[in-house]
Design a protein around this ligand. Structure first.
Ligand SMILES: [Fe+2]
Ligand SMILES: [Fe+2]
Length: 240
């Protein structure tokens, strides 16, 4: 049911397609000295994802669990993962920790990352960028892996459908279609466009990622700076 793709050495994408909603949920597993899981998925996904992780490494050794913002697909199964992995600590923004995570979903206190703080997992290094309301939610942030240029971009570049795990082709058209489709139904206004949206997107573009790794849809390999500039244009056009 879930598909595993190694997008970089020991850096796995675990993708599960849910046909009823025509959407993929992606987790990223970094097999390193201090293993990191990015996005837990919802509680209902836990048994499936846990099984996949167990094929790749010992799930009890997960050390860090990261996510962009407080939401079921980002961190809904945090407690289940922390019960499985006794040393796993959530990493998120201070707002996320104080406003929601510690009280609602964490088995033990999260570690708040400061804007610009770097977390070393071994061969990989993750920089945290605080980006309130990008993609959405007050507590939102992103992790950027600096050695390989991998941007874990959460709901940015969301593409519906059972799309390929990785692509070098433009994903902007699909993102655009998802936003348009969402505007017609109960999920309208999925992403806000605030006075700071462009500034935060520019900051992400300036990282010049080589890999754009969204939670929903294909991972894009290519010129991440241009892709984010295109994304900013689409968001301005459809949401501003
Ligand atoms: Fe979200
Ligand atoms: Fe999401």
């Amino acid at each position: 049911m879930s598909q595993v793709t190694e997008i970089s050495p020991d850096f796995f994408k675990i993708s599960t397609f849910i046909p009823e909603f025509n959407i993929q949920f992606n987790q990223f597993l970094v097999r390193d000295e201090e293993p990191l899981l990015y996005h837990t998925g919802m509680k209902g996904l836990f048994p499936t994802v846990n099984e996949v992780v167990a094929r790749l490494m010992d799930p009890t050794s997960i050390r860090w669990i990261g996510f962009s913002h407080f939401e079921a697909d980002e961190c809904g199964a945090l407690r289940e993962w922390q019960k499985t992995a006794p040393h796993a600590t959530a990493i998120c923004s201070l707002v996320s920790k104080l406003v929601s995570v510690d009280d609602v979903v964490a088995e033990r206190p999260a570690r708040a990352l400061e804007d610009g703080e770097v977390l070393l997992t071994g061969k990989y290094r993750f920089k945290f960028l605080q980006t309130p309301h990008v993609p959405h939610a007050w507590d939102a942030g992103h992790l950027f892996e600096e050695t390989r240029g991998i941007l874990l971009c959460s709901d940015l570049f969301h593409q519906d459908g059972d799309v390929e795990p990785v692509t070098t082709r433009d994903i902007i058209g699909r993102f655009r279609k998802t936003l348009i489709d969402y505007q017609q139904g109960p999920f309208a206004d999925y992403l806000p466009y605030t006075t700071k949206t462009e500034q935060f997107l520019n900051r992400l573009a300036a990282l010049r990622p080589n890999v754009i790794a969204p939670m929903h849809g294909s991972t894009y390999l290519g010129d991440g700076e241009s892709a984010i500039c295109d994304l900013a244009q689409v968001m301005r056009e459809l949401l501003a």
